[in-house]
Write a protein that binds this ligand. Sequence first.
Ligand SMILES: N[C@@H](CCC[C@H](N)C(=O)O)C(=O)O
Length: 280
Amino acid sequence: MKVTKMHGLGNSYIYVSEFEEQLREEELAPLAVAVSDVRKGIGSDGLILIGPSRVADVRMRIFNADGSEAENCGNGVRCVAKYAYEHGYVHKTHFTVEVKSGIVEAFVHPDADGLVRTVTVDMGQARFGASAVGYTGQDEDGDAVLDIDGVAYRGTLVSVGNPHFVSFVADAASFPVAEVGPRIERHPDFPQRINVEFVTPRGPSELDFRVWERGSGITFACGTGACASVAAGVRKGLLDRRVTVHLLGGDLEIELQGERIWMTGEAVTVLTGDYAWPRG
Ligand SMILES: N[C@@H](CCC[C@H](N)C(=O)O)C(=O)O
């Protein structure tokens, strides 16, 4: 199977083109688990498929490292846009990408060699509150307060296609993400599980960001998480509408234009190669 490993700010996925490879539905989850394995696979945060779409220029499907399928992936959309443009699946610099939750618009910025290093995406609108993320508890003006071992954790419930719990904490850099993140992801009041962000504003236009991703754990970056966090910060009056988000893997520029969230950041190809699938 022809595969490409790409990353956006260290959030890496194995990309397979359905224009070239035929995959059966039932093998997608095990394939995602297998390629993501650092020791027995390639090593990634999951699997992304790029294929034809009936409603957009290209279609993306994203599977987390545990094989679960997600509705959207910000870093993935940027890499899919780069892949689609550089492989000639699209012949324009502004095009649409179908994701499970809808359609987003990508703007690639090719250099003189036709290579794309940065991509801007109109990620659409954020939705807030319990019903937006499948929270079965009662929200307080869009926030959930969870009791975990006697400690209360407050988070804004935000959907940018996929669900996020955005918690404003005193110091994201030193926050115990690996301990608290999975407890919130798998809290019984989130039956569909949830992505968990711990963020700290450095003034109104910069945000320190750490993430525990649903289905993949700690990652170096989460594009949808960055969008959700800025939308939550603007709603709370903590952030301006244009924010540099500092993630473990680098920076993302997020801007709210009206209700729409625009994301600009890198998209990087790491390798292309042949993966032995099925194993044998
Ligand atoms: N890393 C992604 C989000 C991937 C999906 C997420 N873990 C989920 O289950 O919703 C991003 O860059 O947005």
